[in-house]
Ligand binder design. Structure first.
Ligand code: ADP
Ligand code: 5GP
Length: 187
C-alpha cells in the first residue's frame, strides 16, 4: 500500500469540497490537508477546518520561513499548503490537497512518484455558474471572475492524471474512490 498525495483541483464551485468530505467519510486511509489563506471566512466556515485564516503579514512571514509546500495567489488572496503537516501525515496516510492547477503542478514537480493529479470538471458551464451563485448567494456578475478563471483551470486537463465529471454526486464519489483504491494499491 502506498501513501500518496491526491491533488483535487477544479474551478471554484464545481463541488471539490463536497466531494472531498464524502471521500473522508468513506475511506479512513485518507486525511485532508487544511490550507492557509488570507481570504475572509465565508458564512459557516470555521478556522482550522476549511482553512487556517491568516493575516497577510502572518502568511508572508510563514512563507519566508519556508513553511509552505506550495503557495499561490487567487482573487487577490494568498493560499498555501502547510509543509510540516503534510510531511507528518504521509507517514501514516494518503493526504488530499484541495488546491488549484498551479499548486498541483508544483507538487508533482516536488514529489513526482507520490502525486496523483485529479481534475474535477462540471457537467456544463451553466451548471457551474448555478452552483457558484447558489453557494455564495451572489450574482452572476460577482461570480464572473471565478467563472473566467474556470476556463483556464479546465483548459489544463491534459496535465492531469484523471478528470472526473461531478454530474451526480454519488456517481462522482464512487469514481474517485475507485481511482484512489487503484493508485494506493499500485506497486
Ligand atoms: P468547491 O469546493 O469546488 O468550490 P463546493 O463543494 O463548495 O465547491 O460546491 C459548490 C456548490 O455546489 C455547493 O452548494 C454544493 O452543495 C453544490 N454541489 C456540489 N456537487 C454537486 C452536484 N454533484 N450536484 C449538484 N450540486 C452540487
Ligand atoms: P476558495 O476561495 O474558493 O476556497 O479557493 C479559491 C482557489 O484557491 C481554489 O481554486 C482552490 O483550489 C485554491 N486553493 C485552496 N487552497 C490552496 C492552496 O493551499 N494552494 C493553492 N495553490 N491553491 C489553493
Amino acid at each position: 500500500m502506498r501513501n500518496l498525495l491526491f491533488v483535487i483541483s477544479g474551478p471554484s464551485g464545481v463541488g471539490k469540497g463536497t466531494l472531498v468530505d464524502r471521500l473522508l467519510e468513506r475511506d479512513d486511509r485518507l486525511i485532508e490537508s487544511v490550507s492557509c489563506t488570507t481570504r475572509s471566512p465565508r458564512p459557516g466556515e470555521v478556522d482550522g477546518r476549511e482553512y487556517f485564516f491568516l493575516s497577510r503579514e502572518e502568511f508572508l512571514a510563514r512563507m519566508q520561513r519556508g513553511e509552505f509546500l506550495e503557495a499561490d495567489e487567487h482573487f487577490g488572496n494568498f493560499y498555501g499548503t502547510p509543509f510540516p503537516f503534510v510531511k507528518e501525515q504521509l507517514k501514516e496516510k494518503s493526504v488530499i490537497l484541495e488546491i488549484d492547477v498551479v499548486g498541483g503542478a508544483n507538487c508533482k514537480k516536488l514529489f513526482p512518484e507520490k502525486t496523483i493529479l485529479i481534475l474535477i470538471a462540471p457537467p456544463s458551464k451553466e451548471e457551474l455558474c448555478a452552483r457558484l451563485v447558489g453557494r455564495d448567494k451572489t450574482t452572476v456578475e460577482a461570480a464572473s471572475y471565478r467563472l473566467s478563471r474556470a476556463e483556464y483551470e479546465l483548459g489544463q486537463r491534459d496535465s492531469y492524471d484523471y478528470v472526473v465529471v461531478n454530474d451526480d454526486l454519488e456517481r462522482a464519489t464512487e469514481e474517485l474512490l475507485s481511482i484512489i483504491e487503484k493508485e494506493i494499491n499500485k506497486d
